[in-house]
Write a protein that binds this ligand. Structure first.
Ligand code: G3H
Ligand code: 13P
Ligand code: ZN
Length: 326
């Protein structure tokens, strides 16, 4: 079954980003892999009146299925409306690897896609991004691209060091591709192990400032922005989990970026940690529990309350739209 995203009540990211940049906040882009994570995200954002990008990697799409994923996103929109909130909701392909993957998602009902050509040469990245933009434009779907390489793990691709975005390349890239937003590398990285404990996690905010000077008002995207909350690391360890010591991106660094031209900030790992901490806690406290609603429900609430606080402390997107009334 093919859907147009507009029939599912979804929005692309164009107006979301314009409003975010004008009002100096960032739109949260939270990854989901199942119904409970979707519920945690939409309930948090509807209660806060924050716009939201429901984000799905190719791995997540394979796990949920392309038949189920757009309908979960429709369910998210309907949930927000039933709660009395008018927040816009986008369904976005995270780290799209190819034009074929993008086509599959747009046909399935996605309203926004990323083409990640960051591992190609500058010229090849321009070429593949241009092809994706030409295809997506026909359906009014917005496109994110990436310049620079984040350290860490993305699906099957592992990069062991950062290649910061070169500000001198951004104008040419944006004008030649016609892309709607640009992900940049300024020191964030994917996964739970971003910086070694004891080090000072600093972003290259001077690179961000130079990019913003060259692309005034253009929506910039930050990937790899989880904070790796120690509360959840400890909860997981206390309840039988094993995690290497790790620290993430401090909220204060991100909040500064959210007030600038950064219009979208990606968080996945923090949601995974909160969810896992919730499940593990129930299994420790109630080893006899075998009703999935009893442990997945607790996990959902944990993830939801974390995202609500993150919207206040980092994104600054609270009450940008009508918050839930029920
Ligand atoms: O950027 C990576 C996201 O956290 C998605 O991770 O490919 O394991 O779903 P995943
Ligand atoms: P984290 O691993 O820091 O949550 O980053 C997620 C991300 O960038 C998804 O594209
Ligand atoms: Zn990413």
């Amino acid at each position: 079954m093919a859907y147009n995203y507009k029939d599912l009540g979804l929005s692309n990211t164009k107006e979301m980003f314009e409003k975010a940049n004008k009002e100096h906040y960032a739109v949260p882009a939270f990854n989901f892999n199942n119904m409970e994570q979707m519920q945690a995200i939409i309930e948090a954002c509807a209660e806060m009146g924050s716009p939201v990008i429901l984000q799905c990697s190719t791995g997540a799409l394979k796990y949920m299925g392309k038949e189920v994923t757009p309908l979960l996103a429709k369910g998210a929109v309907d949930t927000a409306r039933a709660m009395g909130s008018d927040i816009p909701v986008a369904l976005h392909l995270d780290h799209g690897p190819s034009l074929d993957a993008v086509k599959t998602c747009i046909d399935a009902g996605f309203s926004s896609v990323m083409i990640d050509g960051s591992h190609y040469s500058f010229e090849e990245n321009i070429e593949i991004t241009k092809q994706v933009v030409e295809y997506a434009k026909q359906f009014d779907v917005t496109v994110e691209a990436e310049l620079g390489v984040l350290a860490g793990v993305e699906d099957d691709v592992v990069a062991d060091h950062h290649i910061y975005t070169n500000p001198e390349e951004v104008e040419e890239f944006v004008s030649k591709t016609g892309v709607d937003s640009l992900a940049i590398a300024i020191g964030t990285s994917h996964g739970a192990h971003k910086f070694k404990p004891g080090t000072n996690p600093k972003l290259e905010l001077n690179i961000l400032a130079e990019i913003e000077r060259r692309l005034p008002g253009f929506p910039i995207v930050l990937h790899g922005s989880s904070a790796v909350p120690q509360k959840y690391v400890e909860m997981i360890k206390e309840n039988g989990g094993q995690l290497k010591d790790a620290i993430g991106i401090p909220d204060s660094e991100l909040n500064g970026a959210a007030k600038s031209g950064v219009a979208k900030i990606n968080v996945d790992t923090d949601g995974r940690l909160a969810f896992t901490a919730g499940v593990r806690k129930v299994f420790t406290e109630k080893p006899g529990e075998f009703d999935p609603r009893k442990y997945l429900g607790v996990a959902k609430e944990e993830m939801k309350s974390y995202y609500k606080s993150k919207i206040e402390t980092v994104f600054g997107s609270k009450n940008a739209y009508k918050a839930a009334t029920k």
